[in-house]
Write a protein that binds this ligand. Structure first.
Ligand code: ZN
Length: 142
């Protein structure tokens, strides 16, 4: 069962981020990495901000990370989300991907138990048609 209700908007990949979403569909969390200087970047863009190289690779990450920040939504921001709140929206600082932070959700933590610094690991949320979204659960959870 998906963390958010059916009908919630899903990704619409473009040429820059299609490799990220294709990896997600294989349940691999891959982050774009400059092939020349090794700087990770997300969201995906065609040019490295550090060295201006247009060469990149897609590095597979461990899927672990730390809650860098979060908020709790108390009001639906889309008609499909009616009845979903409260739910968290979390910024995850990924391990092994430089300064990359991914906006996602922590699926197994009630709003009053969310904490900055919480260790998390990716879980794959099936959203239909063979597509998956990266969400996270407590690393030390069940
Ligand atoms: Zn670079």
């Amino acid at each position: 069962m998906s963390y958010l209700p059916e009908g919630t908007p899903v990704p619409s990949p473009g040429p820059d981020d299609a490799p990220f979403w294709d990896a997600c569909d294989r349940q691999e969390l891959r982050i774009q990495c400059c092939a020349d200087c090794g700087t990770f970047r997300h969201p995906p863009i065609p040019v490295c901000a550090a060295c201006r190289s247009t060469k990149s690779t897609w590095a597979r990450t461990s899927g672990t990370g730390t809650v860098f920040s979060y908020t709790v939504a108390h009001h639906p921001t889309h008609p499909a989300l009616h009845g979903a709140p409260p739910y968290n929206i979390a910024v995850i600082h990924l391990d092994g991907a430089g300064d990359v932070r991914l906006v996602s959700n922590v699926v197994d933590v009630p709003p009053d138990e969310m904490r900055i610094g919480m260790r998390v690991i990716v879980v794959w949320d099936a959203i239909g048609d063979g597509h998956f979204l990266p969400r996270f659960r407590r690393e030390d959870g069940p």
